[in-house]
Design a binder for this molecule. Structure first.
Ligand SMILES: [Zn+2]
Length: 437
């Protein structure tokens, strides 16, 4: 069986890939300038013709999520940035925004095919193989149908529905299911649901968990705990509905998530403060920015994903040449404690590293408006599992590790399991208590 789904692209030499992306970018920009009212207006007065390849992308401004939201408020439902005829929009996803109104993401038939290819490469990289059956329980992921498409490209898709825990368990016990796509925080909830029913997680026959949607799956302690409980492999993948449903995935060497969406998007990493593009080298940290290379309905140029990433590697023994990343947090929920950037997801990771005494469920409480609310010690509630002998010592140990790893002072309050709210999709890690939230 082949090791790489699309070796011509995923193992292409950097020079070959750069040439391909240059040509694709040129064609995508011509398309955008001919068909997108949003970009015609945004790029008015700019010499778009002078952008001959990806090295010239810095000549163009970024596209912000807020601009897409405003564009759709002005012209419902798809906004000024739709670039195809209305009858060619064949699939629509919605994402819940902070405005109380969803934003819509449209795909043409071609876009559906392209996203299917990207997700197939990613899941294959994660180790999904023919013969495996995967229950589809991911409707909290806005782009679930794209994942179903990719499951069917490789193995067998079993639609289940959300919050159908018993049906999901039955899919494993009686339906021959062997893999699961979920958020990083889901497997431990699932294990608890199994325990309540007296079922040993290891008896399910679950071979592979594909964990996406939120950072956390790459924390060694969390990974070990989940893999131990289920007797499976847990592999990390990532993407999103705005730029590409699934574009990053770990291979068996697990150094970081390979870029898998060659010819589909062009990724850049920028300094989030200056906006300057950074070199793609191991250790570089910054915000991920993506440009569409082959999109008909809603092509985006230099879209700021708000995902903060670190480049983990540029070479891998698997033969894939796509560079690797790990997601370290999101700009949106960044706290600045005495001048230090603190990502709530990183705080959660440190707390989770005390598993099994902790389960990684936390809430950072802002008791005053920033910046005063960011002053140390930052109040953190963390769930502790039953049977911890000395909670005070545990809290002190977590505080010490937070100070050592993230360079800020916290006061950790331990609360019993299930004391903090549960979220179906991405966990909300910061609660603005001062707002009465
Ligand atoms: Zn690899």
């Amino acid at each position: 069986m082949k090791a790489v789904w699309n070796p011509a692209l995923e193992c292409a030499s950097p020079a070959d890939l750069a040439a391909r992306h240059d040509a694709r970018l040129r064609a995508q920009l011509d398309y955008v300038m001919a068909r997108s009212a949003f970009y015609q207006r945004k790029f008015a007065g700019l010499d778009v013709e002078a952008v001959r390849g990806t090295a010239d992308l810095a000549r163009l401004p970024f596209t912000e999520k807020s601009e897409l939201r405003e564009s759709q408020l002005a012209v419902a439902p798809f906004g000024h940035h739709v670039a195809c005829a209305p009858q060619d929009v064949r699939r629509v996803y919605s994402t819940s925004g902070t405005t109380g109104r969803p934003t819509y993401i449209g795909l043409t038939r071609h876009d559906v095919e392209v996203w299917r290819e990207a997700a197939t490469r990613a899941f294959w990289t994660n180790g999904l193989r023919p013969g495996q059956r995967i229950p589809l329980v991911v409707s909290p992921f806005v782009v679930a149908a794209s994942y179903a498409d990719a499951f069917e490209n490789i193995g067998t898709c079993m639609p289940i529905g959300v919050n159908m825990t018993d049906r999901l368990i039955d899919a494993f016990r009686f339906g021959g299911a062997s893999a699961l796509l979920c958020t990083a925080s889901y497997p431990l909830h699932f294990a608890r649901a199994l325990a309540e029913r007296g079922i040993d997680p290891a008896s399910l026959g679950l071979e592979l968990i594909l964990a996406g949607g939120e950072p956390g799956a790459s924390i060694p302690e969390v990974r070990r705990q989940i893999e131990g409980l289920f007797g499976c492999r847990l592999m990390e993948c990532s993407g999103n509905g705005d730029y590409c449903a699934m574009a990053w995935a770990e291979c068996e060497h697990r150094q970081g998530m390979h870029f898998c969406a060659q010819d589909i998007i062009h990724p850049e990493i920028i300094d989030p403060d200056s906006g300057e593009a950074l070199p793609i080298e191991a250790g570089v940290r910054g915000e991920l920015v993506c440009t569409s290379l082959d999109r008909e309905c809603m092509p985006l140029v230099r879209f700021r994903t708000r995902d903060h990433v670190v480049v983990t590697h540029t070479e891998c023994d698997c033969g894939r040449t796509g560079f690797g990343i790990r997601i370290i947090g999101r700009t949106d929920d960044l706290l600045i404690v005495q001048g230090m950037n603190v990502y709530p997801a990183a705080v959660r990771d440190v707390v989770a590293s005390f598993a099994p005494a902790t389960n990684g469920v936390i809430e950072i409480q802002l008791r005053e408006a920033p910046p005063a609310g960011w002053a140390p010690p930052v109040h953190i509630k963390a769930e502790v599992t039953a049977g911890v002998a000395d909670p005070a010592a545990l809290a002190a140990a977590i505080e010490a590790r937070l100070r050592e790893k993230l360079i800020f002072r916290a006061r950790v309050e331990l609360v019993p399991e299930m004391a903090l709210p549960r979220y179906e999709y991405k966990a909300k890690l910061v609660r603005e208590v001062y707002k009465g939230a």
